[in-house]
Design a protein around this ligand. Structure first.
Ligand code: TYD
Length: 200
């Protein structure tokens, strides 16, 4: 099964992804975007340091990163029958670059289809109030260029994610994080994924 984790910065999805991989055992592949392939570190640095100038550079960079990640990591693992748990994927590009930065939706959707990026079987959206998420990010120190954008940007991304999830309820699972602890949240994750046929 191909499972992706999405949400605004500070929503706690990394902790949940790690717990899920542990629960799935050695057969599951844990990966993330940007930069989840050998050589992807340079692209990740470029994406997060805020140095890109052309309005399309950021979107192209995430697509390039995804194409190599798919070819080198995701598709081979899925072809060998492994579960793949990926933190962030094409929905991040739609939420951040379309809703966040104002890039057009259809060309980016079409690019993913033309590139034949595998569509996740399940996408978990960790929904948290943007104010709370930003407070957590501030507590971690050293914010990246996306985290520095502030509340209106995070609100637009939150709106984007909710719109994407509402449009495709058969793929998305929305998890309300609220003030739940990571352990409580993971119980919900397990329950929802079991209901979608994943044995845990
Ligand atoms: P990261 O430190 O991995 O953030 P997080 O731990 O919150 O996942 O940084 C990834 C940043 O890149 C994050 O702010 C979201 C952004 N991003 C996009 O804007 N578009 C994309 O397609 C992807 C994959 C990430």
């Amino acid at each position: 099964m191909f499972i992706t984790f999405e949400g605004i910065d500070g929503c706690g999805k990394s902790t949940q992804a790690a717990l899920l991989c542990e629960a799935l055992g050695g057969g599951a592949l844990a990966t993330r975007e940007p930069g989840g392939w050998e050589g992807g570190g340079a692209l990740r640095g470029m994406a997060l340091d805020g140095s890109l100038r052309h309005p399309w550079s950021e979107a192209f960079l995430f697509l390039l990163d995804r194409a190599e990640h798919v070819a080198r990591v995701i598709s081979p693992a899925l072809a060998s029958g492994r579960h793949v748990v990926c933190e962030r994927y094409h929905d991040s590009t739609l939420a951040y670059q379309v809703w966040g930065r104002g890039m057009p939706l259809e060309p980016l959707r079409e690019a993913a289809a033309l590139a034949a990026f595998p569509v996740p079987d399940v996408t978990l959206l960790f929904h948290i109030e943007p104010e709370l998420a930003l407070a957590r990010v501030a507590g971690r120190g050293r914010p990246d260029s996306f985290e520095k954008e502030g509340l209106p940007f995070m609100r637009r991304i939150d709106e984007g994610y909710r719109a994407l999830a509402a449009a495709e309820p058969q793929r998305w699972i929305v998890i309300e994080c609220g003030t739940r602890t990571p352990a409580e949240l993971f119980e919900v994750v397990k329950e929802k994924l079991s209901a979608r046929g994943l044995s845990l």
